[in-house]
Design a protein around this ligand. Structure first.
Ligand code: ZN
Length: 321
């Protein structure tokens, strides 16, 4: 059974595109039990696939709250139309079923005064990424750079601090993936729940701004939190190149190994970025998950269950009410 930290199937369906990685029938056969389904409101001019390193893509422009709330509502309707369960409790996950956590990737759909946070909670949103890679009323995301450090800009705003407190009160998970380093430390100092990066990797192995430094990994460990390993080739490879044909499942295993060494096996999970990123051709998509689990089982035996789903369930149980 796999619970996964991030997929962009909803965006594909909203755009009327064919899914590249998440076929829901193949997913059931592969033991994919769901996880975080992103509601991502796209920027008007998307950055596209990163060029060959070194690169420094400018930070995406902010988007308007009213527009974002409308599009997020449409994305939410797409999610509700999928033949999957929706999770508001860890007991909603079951073997042989696909269960979706409604996750806002970037909090632009939340009013800066938080007046509609309760409405999104009532609809079933149980996870919010404070930012995508752009500024908003709450914080600032990292621009895509390689090589680059995640310390790229200012931390949480006053509204961002209020969002952390509001999510803590309601029991909404806060995701630090895409957040810059100052925002990360501001959130870490304020939140009373485990720190979670749904889809990020080790900066020590791949020097992308999207990856986490050793100090950040230590803080996530110390909070009882978890990192979902991202399958995006450009966040896995030491050279940052987008070369899916020459990037194997071993590149994912290398990041799992590093994170387990640094943080312990209780703090490492999967965060595929299926349908949102270029992934290793050897994995292919959701149907390749059993091959990844087989490779991980050779190293971790039965403890692979922690990485595949148990760590996510523990953190969700500690976060949700
Ligand atoms: Zn993302």
């Amino acid at each position: 059974m796999v619970i996964d930290g991030h997929n962009d199937l909803v965006l594909r369906r909203w755009r009327g595109e064919q899914a590249r990685h998440v076929d829901l029938d193949a997913a059931r056969d592969a033991g994919f039990a769901g996880g975080f389904f992103a509601l991502y409101v796209p920027s008007p001019s998307p950055p596209g696939d990163p060029p060959d390193p070194p690169y420094a893509v400018p930070l995406a422009e902010p988007i308007d709250h009213e527009d974002a709330a409308r599009v997020a509502g449409e994305l939410y309707d797409v999610l509700c139309a999928l033949p999957v369960r929706r999770a508001t409790s860890v007991t909603d996950f079951a073997e042989g079923e696909i269960t979706a956590i409604a996750h806002l990737e970037g909090a632009e759909a939340i009013a800066p005064d938080l007046s509609n946070l309760g409405d999104w909670y009532a609809r079933g949103v149980r996870s919010i990424g404070v930012v995508w890679s752009r500024p908003n009323a709450f914080a600032e995301g990292v621009p895509f750079r390689f090589p680059g450090d995640p310390d790229t800009g200012p931390g949480l705003t006053e509204a961002g601090r209020a969002l952390v407190r509001g999510c803590n009160e309601l029991g909404i998970l806060l995701d630090v993936s895409h957040l810059n380093e100052r925002g990360f430390w501001d959130l870490a100092a304020l939140t009373d729940r485990p720190l979670v990066a749904t889809h990020s990797n080790a900066h020590a192995l791949c020097a992308s701004t999207r990856n986490l430094t050793d100090r950040q990994l230590d803080a996530i460990r110390d909070s009882g939190g978890v990192v979902g390993v991202n399958f995006a080739v450009s966040f896995l490879r030491e050279d940052g190149l987008v070369r899916p044909a020459d990037t194997g499942i071993d590149a994912i295993v290398r990041h799992v190994d590093y994170l387990v060494d640094r943080m312990g096996i209780d703090h490492v999970a999967l965060g595929s970025d299926f349908d949102g990123a270029v992934i290793p051709a050897e994995l292919g998509g959701v149907a390749g998950l059993p091959r990844l689990l087989a490779a991980l089982s050779q190293r971790y035996d039965d403890a692979v269950a922690k990485i595949s789903h148990e760590n996510w369930l523990r953190v969700l149980a500690a976060t949700w009410r």
